[in-house]
Design a protein around this ligand. Structure first.
Ligand SMILES: [Zn+2]
Length: 363
């Protein structure tokens, strides 16, 4: 079958062996698969990626990998020891993990099973979720990245009075922003250098969207945190003479060295900083800043099976709007060109791969 393959650090399109469902697995046809920032990272930092992940991403970068973990697929056939509970043609989503021949494989980061940049995949039947409400494959494929936001917000230990700041409005930041809105957090400040991404943040319900090249997002956050939910000014501390700001919850959604330290410098006392962006390099922070302000740093990864299922339902019910995130759809043949284009901080948000679909977006 046709697939976009990561081979020796390069992405190319070639044919790979057909995947064969093992016991408990089904064969599916990929209908849509989002290109993820983690895949761009993995393509560049494959070795660090494998080395610093506790074996979670234990792939061998010297062997072929068909990436793609943000997928929606169609049932084609059933392997041995399956219940056949979904008829061929049923659209399904799944967490990108499968038990294949007695081994856990990360679909999209495996040398053994292919991910969604290939025409077909094998998935564990027990983990499949049927796509509800006639939702499109394209929208359903956004379950995975949106679940990352739902999980990050669940880990943020929100308080009713929080004022949120989202740094970075790529797919991760926008997923966090949407999940914050779903959780009823107001106000939300969002910041990104890209005008296109700022427009998306606005469309998804950020209360204040900042270009950090023009204005400090931390200053904007402080201005909003100085106003109570009912619109009055917060009280002033009699000792310091400073306003007693509402609690802060900051989300790092960039994953570039230096950002975490900047956010710690911009935070006020007791702020929770949730690190969602994946920084692959060593990074420097000033712990004394965190000590003085009693900051909480929470690092998060992925989602639970339950959060994933909940996210698909929220999308199908129209409670999480995802269609605006898709800025291009491409055929498998165009995945390498799309990776090159996404490598530059761009106006693109989520690029969707649809086997047999349109071509030309990155030609
Ligand atoms: Zn992803």
């Amino acid at each position: 079958m046709r697939a976009a393959i990561l081979r020796q650090g390069r992405l190319l399109v070639d044919s790979v062996p057909e995947p064969e469902p093992a016991a408990g697995e089904v064969l599916v046809g990929t209908r849509a698969c989002g290109i993820c920032g983690s895949d761009l990272h993995a393509a560049v930092h494959a070795r660090d990626f494998a080395a610093n992940s506790d074996g979670l991403f234990g792939l061998d970068p010297s062997r072929d990998v068909v990436m793609g973990h943000e997928f929606c697929a169609e049932i084609l056939d059933h392997g041995p020891a399956t219940t056949r509970r979904f008829a061929p043609g049923t659209l399904v989503c799944s967490v990108p993990w499968t038990r294949h021949a007695g081994q856990r494989e990360n679909v999209g980061y495996s040398n053994v099973v292919p991910g969604g940049y290939g025409e077909r995949m094998v998935l564990t039947e027990e983990l499949l979720l049927p796509v509800p409400n006639g939702l499109s494959a394209r929208a359903a494929a956004l379950t995975e990245p949106m679940a990352v936001g739902v999980h990050a917000v669940a880990k943020a230990r929100l308080t009713p009075d929080d004022v949120a700041l989202v740094i970075g409005c790529g797919p991760v930041g926008l997923a966090v922003l949407s999940a914050l809105r779903l959780a009823g957090v107001r106000p939300i400040v969002a910041a990104d250098f890209s005008p296109a991404r700022r427009r998306l943040a606005e469309a998804l319900g950020a209360d204040l969207v900042i270009d950090p090249g023009v204005h400090s997002p931390y200053e904007s956050w402080r201005e909003l945190a100085a106003v109570t939910a009912s619109g009055s000014q917060v009280p002033v501390n009699p000792l310091s003479g400073e306003p007693e700001l509402r609690p802060g919850v900051f989300f790092e959604c960039v994953g570039v060295p230096g950002v975490l330290d900047q956010m710690m410098a911009g935070a006020r006392h007791g702020c929770r900083v949730v690190v969602v962006g994946v920084c692959m390099q060593a990074d420097t922070i000033h712990p004394m800043l965190a000590i003085t302000r009693e900051l909480n740093l929470q690092f998060v990864l992925a989602y639970t099976v339950d959060e994933f299922a909940r996210t698909l339902r929220h999308i199908a019910e129209g409670e999480l709007s995802v269609e605006p995130l898709i800025t291009a759809t491409v055929d498998i043949a165009e995945v390498p060109a799309a990776f090159t284009a996404l490598g530059q901080p761009a106006d693109h948000c989520k690029v969707m791969v649809e086997p047999g679909g349109v071509t030309g977006a990155f030609a």
